[in-house]
Design a protein around this ligand. Structure first.
Ligand code: SF4
Length: 330
């Protein structure tokens, strides 16, 4: 079985962070789900599937995966995750403007309006700055304005890395999925896909945190290789380039995937799915305590912290994963 251990030490691509670890700001927690809320993906009931974010959840802690995927327990929104979603949204819509008009000023001017739109799509975001709305005047308005200014700084960093007036993406916020034979449905959302005149594909993902240390880059690239695998299977061609753009420190991580890399990530995903289905059948969602627990919203119901997980609602495992738990002998 492919070892999953190296990933445990790293940051999930869309997850929380370790102080001084691979990233320094959280990315959106529920990228696929948030995109669905924003109308970017089909809303109909879909088959159980695995996204890179949830795969990373299981690698980090099987019990966390259960809480998020099976129990679907709510988690309080974080300002860092919301800012990541906001910046992603602006970078997506910036490319609606004609060439020549995709300026930093234009991007930063989009922030208040996009923030309003995100709050309408995801009402939990409004809780972050309750009583402190963008544009409000008077005491207490500094929090949200400073937060928006931080988002503006991230956009400023973006413009030091790429000139959007020299790019015409083939796809933005592209929903992708592929069915592995005898395995899970893989799905996710690619931030941007560039296609060169010769057909070469470049997969681009924006991160609002800092770039990972070298020892954690393999974990960071898991998400991108996951997308590379999906595109390879769906389009019959391996992407020429996988590119992670870190707006937190202005670094760009690039990889040219080879067939062996994508075969290896498919094997890793199959092993992971085998472990997930085993946990679903047996009910053994083993908690795994790591420094990342400091960012877990479920410590109060985690055995590692003296808590007791709730009973899994009837039918929740089948609904989430398409797997029937084994009957427990009484
Ligand atoms: S607090 Fe518990 S459930 Fe959360 S990540 Fe840590 S071990 Fe897993």
């Amino acid at each position: 079985m492919t070892s999953l251990a190296p990933d445990l030490a790293g940051n999930p691509p869309d997850g929380p962070v370790v102080p001084g670890g691979p990233a320094a700001a959280a990315e959106p927690l529920e990228s696929v789900e948030t995109a669905e809320l924003l109308g970017r993906a089909p809303r109909e009931r879909r088959r159980p599937a695995l996204s890179p974010s949830r795969a990373n959840d299981f690698m980090q802690c099987p019990l966390l995966f259960r809480f998020r995927v099976v129990d679907r327990l709510p988690e309080p929104p974080s300002s860092a995750a919301a800012r990541g979603t906001l910046v992603h949204s602006v970078l997506e819509r910036l490319y609606d403007a004609p060439l020549g008009e995709r300026t930093l000023d234009a991007a930063q001017a989009m922030l208040p309006g996009e923030w309003e739109r995100l709050q309408e799509a995801e009402p939990r975001y409004a809780e972050l700055f309750a009583g402190d709305a963008p544009g409000a005047e008077g005491p207490g308005t500094g929090g949200v304005q400073a937060w928006l200014d931080g988002a503006g700084d991230l956009l400023g960093t973006y413009f030091t890395l790429e000139d959007p007036n020299r790019l015409e993406p083939a796809e933005r916020e592209m929903f992708v999925e592929t069915q592995l034979e005898d395995g899970p449905l893989l799905r996710g959302i690619v931030d941007r896909l560039d296609v060169a005149p010769n057909g070469a594909m470049r997969v681009v993902d924006y991160k609002t945190g800092k770039s990972p240390r070298p020892q954690y880059q393999g974990s960071a690239l898991f998400q991108m290789r996951f997308y590379g695998l999906v595109l390879w299977r769906e389009r019959g061609e391996i992407p020429k380039m996988l590119q992670l753009v870190y707006l937190g420190d202005g670094q760009v991580l690039r990889a040219e995937p080879q067939e062996a890399d994508l075969v290896a990530v498919e094997e890793q995903v199959r092993d992971l799915w085998s472990a997930i289905t085993s946990a679903a059948r047996t009910g053994q969602w083993t908690p795994r305590r790591t420094p990342l627990c400091g960012w877990c919203a479920h410590q109060a119901i985690c055995p590692q912290f003296g808590g007791t997980p709730p009973e899994i609602p009837d039918g929740a495992v089948e609904l989430a994963l398409g797997i029937s738990p084994e009957a427990v002998a009484s």
